[in-house]
Design a protein around this ligand. Structure first.
Ligand code: ADP
Ligand code: MG
Length: 237
């Protein structure tokens, strides 16, 4: 629970910081990035090796990624209402986005589509962003191949669970403990913000996320959301 508190406090702080600094950081970064690319393209004489220049561009991209993710938190809530979102539609969109990309990268993304039409109460765009973050993490954990399986369960409690089960490298105890804390990453070019953003977005829609993981075997991320109860809320798209 102490961790939960720590997470909440840090989130608050980040929200405040992000709003003030993100724009200030972003513009000079864009200038530097453009300049470096120009230098690379023109093969300008410079004390830096092309490898070093490459690193600079990548590092700038990483900082830019952090700023992007912070801005996603700091942005005022979108106009979008919590409404009934079709789980089938969501799964279909993820299928289109990722099945081929996984195959090209030598892994599999499989979806067990639920037979019943299921709806969750959620912000559609934010829910998609959460899934995208989870899927990216799974992909990054399976660089030497594997399978990500998405299944959907309806719980007796009136919740819907989305299970993302990967056969990747898994997490050690420390990683499991710290994943989701701002800026915690085990990746060379990670931002350490993806999972924190998932927790944050889910809180805003009465959802939650659990992590089960075993090192060397894989990870299962479970997203819980309330089932949409009112038929009238169902948005036909
Ligand atoms: P990032 O992906 O930028 O590192 P995240 O917040 O998305 O930041 O993830 C934090 C850390 O949690 C990752 O660096 C990784 O160690 C661990 N992690 C998250 N998802 C998985 C997964 N599916 N398999 C293994 N490790 C994971
Ligand atoms: Mg991530």
């Amino acid at each position: 629970m102490e961790n939960e508190l720590l997470r909440a406090e840090k989130l608050k702080l980040i929200g405040q910081l992000a709003a003030g600094f993100a724009h200030e950081i972003r513009n000079p970064l864009a200038t530097i990035h453009g300049f470096m690319q120009l230098m690379r393209r023109r093969g300008h004489e410079s004390a830096l090796t092309s490898e070093q220049k490459e690193v600079i561009v990548k590092e700038i991209d990483r900082v830019n990624g952090i700023v992007e993710e912070l801005l996603n938190i700091a942005r005022p809530e979108s106009e979008e209402e919590v409404r009934a979102v079709s789980v089938q539609n969501l799964a279909h969109e993820l299928d289109i986005l990722y099945t081929d990309a996984f195959q090209e990268a030598g892994m599999k993304f499989n979806i067990e589509f639920p037979e019943d039409e299921l709806y969750v109460e959620a912000h559609e765009k934010k829910l998609k962003q959460i899934c995208v973050n989870v899927i990216h993490n799974a992909k990054e954990a399976m660089t030497s191949g594997g399978q990500l399986l998405l299944t959907v369960q309806r719980q007796a409690s009136g919740e819907i669970s989305l299970l993302f089960q990967d056969t990747g490298e898994g997490m050690d105890e420390e990683t499991k403990e710290l994943a989701g804390t701002p800026f915690f990453t085990t990746k060379e070019r990670g931002t350490g913000l993806g999972m924190m953003i998932c927790h944050h977005l889910l809180e805003g829609m009465n959802g939650s996320m659990n992590v089960k993981s075993e090192q060397g075997k894989g990870t299962t991320i479970i997203i819980h959301l309330p089932e949409a109860s009112n038929e009238l809320d169902v948005h036909k798209s």
